[in-house]
Design a protein. Structure first.
Ligand SMILES: [Zn+2]
Length: 179
């Protein structure tokens, strides 16, 4: 059964029934009991791009949504967690590599999953330690040339970011050092 935030029925604070009311020019969910407005917003995702020559690091998804498809290593920002700290944490969990996050390479809204709308931020990563090994949601991690990415890709916005990297943004990513 689909249950996206706009379909929520009860107030998370007091359990009162939510109803849709016009507030300004938008329909909002308002609690009939405590009168709170339940704002519905996208979650924030972070991805890190690491480069080795003309190749970048991709991950093949194991468990979770889109198994078998490839993505740039990524994850969600937790509540009260700093955006860049989340990028470092997710990249370490999924690839075994410790990175410093640098330039923002891209920011896009993701609409491919109507049940989980997100805003994604793609950072350039400089590897400072660790050993490359797939972990967490990823079953495999591997470098592929910018011109010959793996297939299929899980997320349309990764394809968009790849196109932006090929147009020259890849030079913003530091070269992978010898570890
Ligand atoms: Zn309430």
């Amino acid at each position: 059964m689909s249950c996206t935030p706009p379909q929520y029925r009860f107030c998370p604070c007091c359990g009162g029934v939510l109803s849709s009311r016009l507030r300004g020019d938008r329909e909002r969910l308002v609690c009939s009991n405590c009168r709170r407005v339940l704002y519905v917003n996208p979650a924030v995702g972070v991805a890190v791009v690491v480069r080795r020559g003309d190749q970048i690091l991709w991950g093949r998804r194991g468990r979770g949504p889109y198994p078998g498809a490839w993505c740039l290593p990524c994850g969600y920002v937790e509540w009260r967690e700093d955006l860049r700290a989340a990028a470092v944490r997710e990249f370490r969990e999924e690839t075994g590599l410790l990175v410093e996050v640098g330039e923002v390479l891209a920011v896009h809204s993701n609409f491919h999953d109507p049940e989980r709308l997100t805003v994604g931020v793609w950072f350039a990563g400089r590897v400072v330690g660790g050993i490359l090994q797939a972990g967490d949601d990823l079953a495999e991690v591997r470098f592929y040339p910018l011109d010959a990415p793996p297939a299929p890709l899980a997320f349309p916005t990764d394809a968009l970011v790849l196109a932006e990297l090929k147009q020259g943004k890849a030079r913003l990513i530091p070269e992978l050092p010898d570890l």
